[in-house]
Write a protein that binds this ligand. Structure first.
Ligand SMILES: Cc1cc2nc3c(=O)[nH]c(=O)nc-3n(C[C@H](O)[C@H](O)[C@H](O)COP(=O)(O)OP(=O)(O)OC[C@H]3O[C@@H](n4cnc5c(N)ncnc54)[C@H](O)[C@@H]3O)c2cc1C
Length: 220
């Protein structure tokens, strides 16, 4: 799949010939610096993607062992934080209290992008990677956060109408977290078609008519 080391880095320095020997170190690069400026998603589009995204993958750790949790979430623009919830006890809660430094990802995808060049095969996507510190919300904020989460996914439903109000007992059954975002980056690859090579026979057009990623998956 595409996104092998590109021809030049963000500063325009050649990288293609360096390959696996190219130096990459966080001592010298901010964690959200991207190598491909042409793919950078502006901040307002990052906010919009976080607003409509369905699933966040939150990376925490227990000492040396990383742990990625998929979860529903919402983005609180005012607090500049990602909010999600889990069991009251469990690994994500334990990890969060032990090491508050986290990273998370939210993405969406469109069409599958076939190519006759194996390194150009790709998929249309937009994604956000964020870095920050996670904190467990206190009881006063938990109910508000849970209602905000419900509001995102069930915007036409109301507490006390379609579903019951959140009780004090409910609040004791869940942990709710806010990740205060320190850095983020957004990346987009939404080309109509992937690049093709002249050095090999071109793909039959039928491969381009069957491009929705989920439809493509059904053919596997
Ligand atoms: C699309 C999606 C949305 C979700 N949304 C929510 C949500 O809004 N709220 C919520 O509470 N949970 C949600 N979950 C479940 C979530 O991923 C966790 O399982 C849950 O939060 C419990 O986490 P924990 O660390 O307490 O689990 P624990 O049970 O303490 O984890 C112990 C071990 O169980 C395994 N494990 C935990 N979670 C998963 C998983 N998802 N898949 C495979 N193995 C796992 C791991 O090996 C882990 O080390 C969602 C899952 C998916 C896929």
């Amino acid at each position: 799949m595409k996104d092998t080391e590109s021809r030049t880095d963000a500063e325009g320095a050649p990288t293609a010939d360096l390959g696996a020997n190219a130096f990459y170190g966080l001592e010298q690069r901010p964690p959200n610096r991207q190598r491909r400026p042409q793919n950078v998603l502006p901040d307002e589009q990052i906010r919009a993607l976080l607003g409509r995204g369905l699933v966040a993958h939150v990376a925490t750790r227990w000492d040396e062992q990383p742990f990625v949790t998929p979860t529903s979430y919402y983005y609180d623009r005012t607090a500049h934080a990602i909010v999600f919830h889990s069991n009251v006890v469990g690994r994500i809660r334990a990890n969060s209290e032990r090491h508050p430094q986290v990273s998370l990802e939210v993405s969406e995808f469109g069409n599958f992008l076939p190519s006759n060049d194996p390194l150009e095969v790709s998929v249309q996507y937009r994604s956000v990677v964020a870095f920050g510190r996670v904190r467990v919300l206190n009881t006063d904020d938990v109910r508000k956060a849970l209602y905000a989460l419900l509001q995102k996914y069930l915007p036409d439903m109301r507490a006390g109408r379609e579903y019951r109000e959140i009780s004090d007992q409910d609040l004791r059954r869940t942990s709710v977290y806010a990740v205060d975002i320190n850095h983020w980056s957004g990346k987009e690859n939404w080309a109509a078609r992937a690049e093709q090579t002249d050095g090999y026979p071109l793909l039959d057009e039928r491969w381009f008519t069957f491009t929705n990623f989920l439809e493509w998956q059904k053919s596997w």
